[in-house]
Design a protein. Sequence first.
Length: 175
Amino acid sequence: MPLGATEKPAGAISPMSGTGEPADGKNEWVATADDTAPIQRGRPFQAGQSGNPEGRPKGSRNKATLALESLLDGEAEALTRKAIELALGGDMPALRLCLDRILPARRDRPVTFEMPAINGAEDAKAAAAALLAAVSSGSLTPSEAVEIGKLIDAYVKAVEVTEVLDRLEKLEQKL
């Protein structure tokens, strides 16, 4: 018997709610009326397994989405025209919708600020100080500085690996 499950007296049947679960909400074993093997209520599958191990096929479409697409099929031009008319009439949500389609949100922007050259790992400290200064002056946002900091870190790691490989090659040549 599973841990935490209770056994009902022979012939007892748990009243079921309309959901297929016992009315008391517990995962329990219930004896059938004719005293045959107990029926498990609750979670019938092992953890990590389901009744459909293959899962939903890739690329399958939601039925509701397909139904909406069939309703709107052929109406795209009329709906677009109406949205434009509403936007021109001053409807702010319609105006926002139209502008979002015309001019999508900008994801990145070029940034310019003074940063010293990085030739080795020791130069990373000066570059980080320049990043902090650019953020404090308002030239860069903190999120932009984080992204540039990642670039600096990747460059420094590449320089360090190159230096280590050069030293290793020189040691191997001496042997």
